[in-house]
Design a protein around this ligand. Structure first.
Ligand SMILES: NC(=O)c1ccc[n+]([C@@H]2O[C@H](COP(=O)([O-])OP(=O)(O)OC[C@H]3O[C@@H](n4cnc5c(N)ncnc54)[C@H](O)[C@@H]3O)[C@@H](O)[C@H]2O)c1
Ligand SMILES: [Fe+2]
Length: 382
């Protein structure tokens, strides 16, 4: 069946990538940038590295740095006000998923009327976002390259997932030099988010031969690099492997979808303001176990991509080895062992399950879960 696939028009990667931004900005025929970022990245000097490139190319800019992790509708509205006050006509987003997603919300509201809540769901806008040059600093969400963004609606305490090709960045930049200062826990959490994208993307109902290429390649790259990137943040090859792996699965899951690891993790993020990658990592092996009987022999490919040697292994043992490989990687990079440890409360399971079932990613899960199934998975991960 024919399908449409979306990719950013310009991709710049590998160490030193930010140096190659300037000619692309010139080609975009734009006047003034709103730099969308957060305070931690300013203090770490990472934003300055990018501003140096803009200064050298004589690109004028204003800075909006009030993005918080798990960004909110309030963040987006404040950014839109900054964009309008400073008369900016494009966005340079610098950061992980939070500044990237905020920039998408700002860019969309700059060209479309109304409130961001009007656009929750799939493809609801009429107009393309203002142009965005998206510079990623985690590895990661791949938000610099996807057609999705996730913004918390504080009033409803839930994460709105917005899928909209109009939000796609014009230029996606992955420079591992910007990632070397990530602390171990952030490297681990964002890396496990990327692994979750790749495994969910490879086993989702929306997978195709084309998205499989990206997601399997990403499982390999991430499994090869994550331990080393956590162990030594200055290991530029490991950082490069992670930047590549997370970007490649972005190409896959943005075009194929995800599943209930993300549906369930989104609710934990919205409810308790927990790091997205940690929520995914804790849930991932339990959801993979739940889905195992609905994904054919796909877990054999996952296990092999993660480096498991399946020579001589009995067919009935393969799924268990894939799940073990996921758990071992999580453990090796220091992910908390369960939901209780990160402050999740059993009495919230019923409400979390209702919200998870309504999440847009649930439709992509290979198996259609009941509320009891979702509660049982939260309990198994507790
Ligand atoms: N759009 C998508 O397709 C998509 C996919 C997955 C997740 N998300 C969303 O993305 C958000 C999570 O993004 P994230 O995991 O990239 O983290 P983040 O952007 O929330 O950043 C977390 C913290 O890490 C810091 N940080 C970022 N880069 C750093 C660096 N290089 N060095 C030191 N510190 C650094 C930030 O300042 C922040 O304090 C969540 O809201 C999640 O729901 C979006
Ligand atoms: Fe994610």
């Amino acid at each position: 069946m024919a399908r449409t696939y979306y990719f950013p028009p310009v991709v710049i990667m590998e160490p030193g990538a930010i140096e190659l931004m300037a000619p692309e900005i010139k080609r975009m025929n734009v006047k003034k940038a709103l730099v969308v970022t957060d305070k931690v990245l300013i203090e770490a000097g990472i934003v300055q590295d990018v501003l140096d490139v803009l200064d050298k190319a004589q690109v004028p800019y204003a800075i909006f740095s009030d993005v918080k992790p798990n960004p909110t509708v309030t963040n987006v509205n404040a950014g839109l006000a900054a964009l309008q006050e400073n008369e900016c006509d494009f966005i340079v987003s610098i950061g992980g998923g939070s500044p990237q997603d905020t920039a998408k919300g700002i860019g969309i509201l700059a060209t479309n009327p109304g409130d961001l809540r009007d656009y929750e769901g799939v493809g609801k806008t009429a107009n393309k976002s203002l142009p965005i040059v998206a510079i990623n600093t985690t590895a990661g969400t791949a938000s610099e390259a996807t057609i999705n963004y996730v913004i918390t609606d504080e009033e409803r305490k839930l994460k709105m997932v917005i899928v909209d090709p109009n939000c796609l960045a014009t230029v996606a930049v992955n420079d591992p030099n910007l990632m070397v200062k990530m602390p171990k826990s952030l490297t681990a959490a964002t890396g496990m988010d990327a692994l979750t994208h790749a495994i969910e993307g490879y086993t989702t109902a929306g997978a195709s031969a084309f998205t499989d290429l990206f997601n399997l390649e990403a499982i390999k790259a991430i499994s090869d690099s994550l331990r080393a990137a956590v162990e030594n943040g200055e290991d530029i090859d490991a950082r490069d492997g992670m930047a590549y792996g997370q970007f490649v699965t972005g190409m896959g899951f943005s075009n194929g979808g995800l599943g209930i690891v993300h549906s369930m993790a989104h609710q934990l993020g919205g409810f308790y303001d927990l790091p997205h990658g940690v929520c995914n990592a804790v849930l991932l092996p339990h959801v993979v176990a739940y889905n195992a009987d609905a994904v054919g022999d796909r877990l054999a490919a996952v296990a092999q991509a993660m480096g498991v040697d399946l020579t001589g292994v009995k067919a009935e043992d393969i799924n268990g080895l894939a799940i073990e490989a996921i758990k071992t990687l999580s453990q090796d990079v220091g992910i908390p062992s369960g939901l209780e440890e990160i402050g999740v409360k059993k009495e919230d399971f019923s409400e979390l399950a209702d919200l998870a079932l309504a999440d847009i990613c649930t439709g992509g899960n290979p198996k259609c879960p009941s509320k009891d199934d979702v509660i049982a998975i939260y309990a198994a991960a507790f």
